[in-house]
Design a protein around this ligand. Structure first.
Ligand SMILES: Nc1ncnc2c1ncn2[C@@H]1O[C@H](COP(=O)(O)OP(=O)(O)OP(=O)(O)O)[C@@H](O)[C@H]1O
Ligand SMILES: [Mg+2]
Length: 379
């Protein structure tokens, strides 16, 4: 399948380097994937923009592509023989849809393999659909050896009671599960190289991640308090980054800007803002100068009609008028997108571009998005 380039420039990827050294120019979308380059196979071991980050939280406006991009990021992070856990917290079975597999239980399950390269083996993506109740039962067992009592408590509605008096408890149970997976070790070695969380939308992300105050109300001391403190410490550390997914439209872009400001303004030094994943980017059909002319409504209908006539098309005048209107509409949309792209650059974070997959998303499309993320240094 031929893939149209998203930009006219096609060059080697700017090496991201570690988070502090050799970082790409923030806010500028770098040279991005081009036809023939959309393969994980060409990529060799190198630093990425988010070296050292183990918990990747993916947020954005509803429908912007959070679940899809979280899935692609998990695949991208898994290439090179890594193990990545992709976690869903809203209980909507979005991951199963994106990976085209049956509904997933509360259990870590392998759902995809990143392709091998000549030098590196492919890695594994595991998925977990986490719900607060199952997470609570797990904690009760882990901290108090209380699994059976926990089940009875659930039947009695204690879970509902607890989360009514401390709404943040639900959230800390979920973020806590992600942090537990990040820190889990076997034989002294971490089980997962990275955890990717398909998180709630931007409007709720600050509160969702900043849970320690909520928990302080119900657990001042003891293992749950200690656990909440650990969760909070990891979330506020450089091990965690919150990536924002946006399309090039006003509302999703505004949500990104508000979300970034909110995370940066949180107590304890805020929470690290990650990359801005610009999703569903459509290629521009015209070179920039012509685009600007067309957006200003100055498409030469007469010239168009002559061209159409020369091509042997009947009714060339009416056709030219329709075509000119369509061109102007396309150009206005593309120019509008540029305005949104500049707004997304304002926070100064790395921006990555993900193409609109024509004819709808499927597994092949997901691997293409993963390759685009790798090529641009996001993973
Ligand atoms: N790059 C893309 N190209 C084409 N279609 C896409 C792309 N990214 C996402 N989509 C489609 O857009 C729709 C929304 O994507 P997705 O479910 O990932 O968004 P979301 O932000 O998780 O939504 P929600 O807020 O409902 O959880 C889906 O139908 C998905 O297949
Ligand atoms: Mg979703």
């Amino acid at each position: 399948m031929a893939t149209p380039p998203l930009t006219s420039r096609c060059g080697p990827r700017t090496t991201g380097g570690s988070r502090d050294a050799g970082r790409p120019a923030h806010g500028r979308a770098r040279d991005i994937w081009c036809p023939g380059a959309d393969s994980l196979q060409d990529v060799s071991t190198r630093d990425t923009d988010w070296e050292g980050v183990r918990l990747h939280v993916v947020t954005g406006k509803g429908g912007a592509g959070k679940t899809t991009v979280a899935g692609a990021l998990a695949l991208a992070l898994a290439s090179g023989g890594k193990r990545v856990l992709l976690m869903e917290v809203e209980g909507r079975q979005g991951i199963a849809q994106v990976f085209d597999c049956p509904p997933l239980p509360y259990e870590e399950r392998k759902i995809a393999v990143a392709p091998d390269s000549d030098t590196q083996p492919g890695g594994d993506v595991f998925a977990l659909v986490a719900d607060p109740e199952s997470a609570l039962l797990e904690y009760l067992e882990m901290f108090y050896n209380l699994r059976h009592a926990g089940k009875a408590l659930t039947r009695l509605g204690v879970m509902d009671f607890a989360t009514t008096i401390a709404p943040g408890l639900r959230d800390v149970l979920l973020t806590g599960k992600a942090v537990e997976a990040v820190r889990r070790k076997k034989g002294g070695k971490r089980i997962y190289d990275a955890v990717v969380m398909d998180a709630p939308p931007t409007g709720r992300i600050g509160r969702y991640l900043n849970v320690s105050n909520e928990v302080a109300g119900v657990a001042r001391v003891g293992p749950i308090r200690n656990h909440a403190d650990t969760v909070q410490r990891v979330i506020h550390s450089p091990e965690t980054a919150v990536h924002f997914v946006s399309t090039l439209e006003e509302m999703p872009v505004q949500e990104v800007l508000d979300g970034v400001a909110e995370l940066r303004g949180l107590p304890e030094g805020g929470i690290q803002v990650g990359g801005i994943m610009i999703n569903m980017v459509r290629p521009a059909e015209l070179p920039p100068a012509e685009l600007r002319r067309a957006a200003a409504g100055s498409v030469d209908e007469h010239e168009l009609a002559l061209g159409l006539k020369a091509a042997g098309l009947d009714d060339s005048l009416r056709l030219a008028a329709d075509l000119a209107a369509e061109l102007t509409e396309h150009a206005v949309a593309v120019v509008g997108q540029e305005v949104q792209r500049r707004r997304l650059a304002e926070p100064g974070q790395p921006c990555y571009q993900l193409p609109m997959i024509p004819d709808g998303m499927d597994l092949g499309g997901l691997y293409r998005l993963a390759a685009a993320l790798r090529d641009q240094g996001a993973a």
